[in-house]
Design a protein around this ligand. Structure first.
Ligand code: GDP
Ligand code: MG
Length: 164
């Protein structure tokens, strides 16, 4: 039941100085940071993160916009650990389209644009944060971004108050 997931605060989130606010939300939910680093991606790495799967789901055009956007500036890469953490992180992140994202979620609170607007402007939806969609993606993304020795096991106070 305790699992790990991958999160990246995208260039818009970093440049809007939302890192502290975002980390706070995950920490307050009792999720454990087990790995974290800042990285400025090149196109080759970006293509490994946003694979052909995006083209199949969203179209080649969206993938290309996304690849341009994700290399615009450094991102903050994080691995979180917790119970059903993949699902829980997606819940805190909110809907992909900021227009539809509920208040209280990261995307719902800090952005608002629609697919329609972004598509007309020919930009990727700037929705602040990436989070693994499922178990398979989480495993692939954690391996892509982090070496085993850069992921840490340690105890937090939540071990006593949230997990027991
Ligand atoms: P996520 O898992 O919620 O981030 O959503 P996806 O994996 O489906 O898409 C990856 C990213 O592509 C999203 O977070 C958006 O930044 C962007 N994106 C997805 N769909 C669209 C779209 O229809 N139009 C535009 N302009 N960007 C999109
Ligand atoms: Mg996704």
């Amino acid at each position: 039941m305790v699992e790990r997931t991958f999160v990246a605060i995208k260039p818009d989130g970093v440049q809007r100085s939302l890192v502290g606010e975002i980390l706070k939300r995950f920490e307050l939910a009792g999720l454990k940071i087990v790995g974290m680093k800042m990285q400025w991606l090149d196109k080759e790495f970006a293509e490994k993160h946003y694979t052909e799967d995006i083209s199949k789901r969203r179209g080649e055009k969206v993938r290309n916009l996304l690849l341009d956007f994700i290399i615009e500036g450094p991102v903050l890469a994080i691995v979180f650990e917790g119970v059903n953490v993949i699902e829980n992180v997606r819940k805190l992140v909110g809907d992909t389209e900021p227009r539809a994202a509920q208040p209280g979620t990261i995307r719902g609170d800090f952005c608002h644009v629609s697919y329609d607007y972004a598509d007309k402007k020919e930009i990727a939806i700037k929705n602040i944060i990436h989070a693994s969609a499922n178990k398979e993606d989480a495993e692939y993304e954690i391996k892509l971004w982090f070496k085993d020795e850069d992921l840490h096991s340690y105890e937090t106070v939540h071990e006593k108050h949230i997990l027991n």
